[in-house]
Design a protein around this ligand. Sequence first.
Ligand code: ADP
Ligand code: MG
Length: 433
Amino acid sequence: MSPQPLPSGQDEYRILREADLRDYLAQLPAIARQLGGAPTTWSIGEVGDGNLNLVFIVRGRDGSIAVKQALPYVRLVGESWPLPLSRSHFERLALTHQARLAPGLVPAVLHHDETLALIAMQFLEPHIIMRKGLVAGTTYPRFVDDITTFLARTLFFSSDLAVPAAEKKEGIAAFAGNHALCKITEDLIFTDPYRVAEQNRWTSSWLDATAARFREDLDLHVAVSRLKLKFMASPEALIHGDLHTGSIMVTERETRVIDPEFAFYGPMGFDIGAVIANLLMAYLASAGHERSPGERQAFEEWVLGTVESVWTEFACKFVELWRTEGKGDAYPVTLFAGAEGAARLEAERQAYMAQLFQDTVGFAAAKIIRRILGLAHNIDFELIEDPKRRAVCEARSLRLARGMMVDAAKFPTIGSITKTAQALRDWQPDFAG
Ligand code: ADP
Ligand code: MG
């Protein structure tokens, strides 16, 4: 018997409207059961505030789900910038990997459809995007423990320290096709902010001279090119690839990491640096949101303490995993027998962490610079209405980031970074150049 042809259009990608989504979900028994009630009673709204995709919230009588559909182009820019639908495949693959490696810290995948580039997942409620909470001056007591568990476990357990070489290389291969998303990072983070590029923007005219200086600064160009090469050619672990505070949803008691469509095997410091960069920007943007001097001081202290704890607790958890679960093909135990061998291996772990810290500092700097001089900006700064006031906060952040990228040796510890950030909190830039 020949296979039943699908109704026309059902085997092809199409952008779903709300009514199409209702019909589509109604024929998925597990999803329909979870939502409950008649499909006609489900409420469906598109809430995507991201740069790339559609996100629908579907509410039924008994439950709610989130449905994400990739568009064949960049949402922020439009059809003139095509982007492969396959990113939905990689996002789903990353979400399921992360759910296994760091249980409870990502939304559960309920259904996926490769043809439609669609993922149905657990609806996070009452979680909000962490960046919004930070702009409002909210602190999150669970955040450090959760994000460092997420980082330590997803990075360690996908690395050569934890898994056999064959498995690691299969993993690299499984994500190698996500190169179009990597290319976005390579261009928008590591290249465009340092040259004339049509999509760049910054708070003009205040930052015009700074932006021009960054385009002429060869020390910076060398430093960012080293980071770019590291990003392109260091498949250390399965990284999230876009771990900013807009990809983290929180309540005071829970943390969930969303949106891993940029995932691939890359350098670990890129993810850790993303978290640290976004906290540093939340800190230096805070002065722009205060209505009276010192109003947000407790929040700002919490953010700086959080920057420090993110690194120290991550490092602690990562090294402990290496000590107890270091079953990969790297560092064979037989080469480190006896007390002397164990001591050398421990010293090597500390050296590894020192290098990872340097990578983290550099990547964090790159993430800050791109948010101020490149295409995609963030609400930490954008919601500071007065442009001069915003530019002051941005200039402080650029000064911190340039130092971190070019003079990494001046930042041997996380404390040296928070100290410099604190010193810049009230620094007054001279916009004349
Ligand atoms: P993009 O890839 O386009 O950036 P995101 O995955 O970041 O899309 O999702 C866009 C927005 O949709 C998020 O900022 C968040 O507000 C909302 N969202 C995404 N996933 C969920 C979820 N599982 N539960 C609740 N809201 C979600
Ligand atoms: Mg997003």
